[in-house]
Design a protein around this ligand. Structure first.
Ligand code: ZN
Length: 494
């Protein structure tokens, strides 16, 4: 398990500044290029600030763009052998501070660092440092030359007490995001359905109630569309329910697609890029990350997290194109393409969630369609919903965390594309609007009285290039936004 860098906050004062002249660690200073800040720096009248003042009055610094770094090796009259000066925007909002932190976290997380920041809201900067500092090296030999030291950074800032308090809460979202990224990074021969369930069972240590339903129980319940997906795999299908009871009353529900590996089944995928299908469980991993964050923060909210863990394999007893399967709801589905399996998993999960938990609202996450990547790339998740109020709340929350989504339509006209000659519906809707017809399929398993959001995260879950808050690989998109939404934008640890 990868742990985020530990961050301490110290108050900006004559005393903390005076220690910087003799500090041997790498020193990072983040400040905007403004008169006000130069005045503030000069007001300390110490060796360190005198030196700093020279550098930030230099041409090299004034030429820098926002979030660019001036590197000074062996700075004169200081004990450190490296001083980095990052230029902040003149007035930074949380998103900009997070990205500035990300620029530092990309390089500095493995070394003990002293960071001095001339800006309020340093907690968002810290969040960026921690998020971008993620790495997954479990399957590589450890590099000998690197010291094995606990990762730690000290941030000297304008209001250390307040930032520390706020960061304690943000850090839970970061830890949840790391858990999600770890799960998505694990290869499918390691993260089988059984191993996934056992990692979720470990959340009991944090106070989450965890229940695992096995194939026999799922069959007895009638979750046949979910079971059909995993029926040719050596890894048994499972449904895991995680409960965080921070409050009494009706729960909120978050639901995730957990296809541990997706070959496409009999409708086999082409070989090129198939290795990426280890990430087809990212929706379930986001649910797991949120549950961990809620428990760490002791959030006063009642949430159930439900994931369907299956593996979609070809084989002698695999589901075939043309098969007709009866869902838990009772509707029959004609399977025209066995690679459109995520919706079969979710159909039974959505119905089960409503029947068993009667949630106030439910949000599901799934790497559901390649079509959503055609429309939104890897920058925005596709959002589909039957409820404007919940959608608005989600967007407000996403605005705070900087995770992006774009609403897509649901419409009767698309729903018709799912009509089948033999069954109540088929599992694909034709060549066009594939992300929408997938969402229409899910909506057939959502009661009109249940506020619901479907997030198609096929693009954002695993961007092709490193982002400002994650190295290349899984992003953990959604954990922080849903965590923030469930906390109603509040910080219970404050
Ligand atoms: Zn598939």
């Amino acid at each position: 398990m990868n742990a985020p860098i530990e961050i301490n906050f110290d108050q900006l004062s004559a005393e903390t500044i005076s220690q910087l002249s003799s500090a041997t660690e790498q020193i990072i200073v983040c400040l905007p290029d403004t008169k006000q800040v130069r005045k503030k720096v000069n007001s300390f009248k110490q060796d360190f600030t005198q030196k700093l003042s020279e550098y930030i009055s230099s041409k090299s610094f004034s030429k820098l763009k926002e979030n660019q770094v001036l590197t000074i090796n062996f700075p004169e009259s200081l004990a450190t052998d490296r001083l980095l000066i990052l230029k902040l925007p003149a007035k930074s909002n949380p998103t900009q501070l997070r990205e500035a932190g990300g620029a530092i976290g990309a390089n500095a997380s493995e070394q003990l660092s002293k960071i001095l920041i001339f800006s309020s809201d340093a907690e968002y900067f810290a969040e960026g440092v921690a998020l971008r500092g993620y790495s997954f090296n479990r399957y590589k030999k450890p590099k000998k030359e690197k010291q094995v030291t606990p990762k730690q950074a000290d941030i000297i800032c304008l209001d250390a007490e307040l930032s520390a308090k706020k960061y304690r809460h943000l850090a839970c979202g970061v830890a949840g995001t790391f858990f999600t990224r770890d799960l998505v990074n694990e290869p499918a021969n390691s993260l089988t359905t059984t191993e996934f369930a056992s990692q979720l069972k470990d959340l009991e240590k944090h106070g989450v109630e965890v229940e695992v339903l096995e194939e026999q129980e799922l069959a007895a319940l009638g979750m046949n569309t979910l079971l059909a997906v995993g029926q040719a795999s050596q890894s048994p299908s499972k449904v895991v329910t995680m409960k965080w009871k921070g409050q009494k009353g009706k729960p909120y529900a978050i639901i995730g697609k957990g296809v541990c590996f997706d070959t496409g089944g009999i409708s086999l995928k082409p070989p090129k890029g198939m290795e990426k299908m280890t990430m087809d469980m990212a929706g379930a991993a986001v649910v797991a990350g949120v549950m961990k964050a809620l428990a760490m923060a002791q959030s006063p909210v009642h949430v159930v997290g439900i994931v369907g863990l299956v593996e979609n394999m070809p084989g002698g007893n695999a589901m075939r194109p043309g098969d007709i399967v009866k869902s838990l709801k009772g509707d029959t589905v004609e399977i025209l393409n066995t690679d459109a399996e995520g919706r079969l998993v979710l159909a039974d999960l959505l119905w089960h969630t409503q029947e068993t938990h009667n949630p106030q609202w439910m949000i599901n996450l799934a790497t559901l369609t390649g079509a959503i990547m055609v429309s939104l790339g890897d920058k925005y998740a596709g959002l589909f919903s039957n409820n404007d109020e919940l959608t608005q709340k989600f967007f407000i929350s996403a605005g705070h965390t900087g995770e992006k989504a774009w609403r897509q339509p649901l419409d009767e006209a698309f729903d018709k594309q799912l009509d089948s000659r033999l069954a109540d519906m088929k599992n694909i809707g034709g060549m066009y609007a594939g992300a929408i017809t997938a969402a229409q399929f899910l909506q057939r398993f959502v009661k009109s009285t249940t506020p619901w959001i479907h997030l198609d995260i096929a693009g954002v879950a695993f961007p092709e290039k490193p982002g400002s808050l994650a190295p290349v690989g899984p992003s953990g998109w959604g954990v922080r936004t849903i965590f923030n939404l469930l906390n109603d934008g509040k910080n219970p640890l404050e």
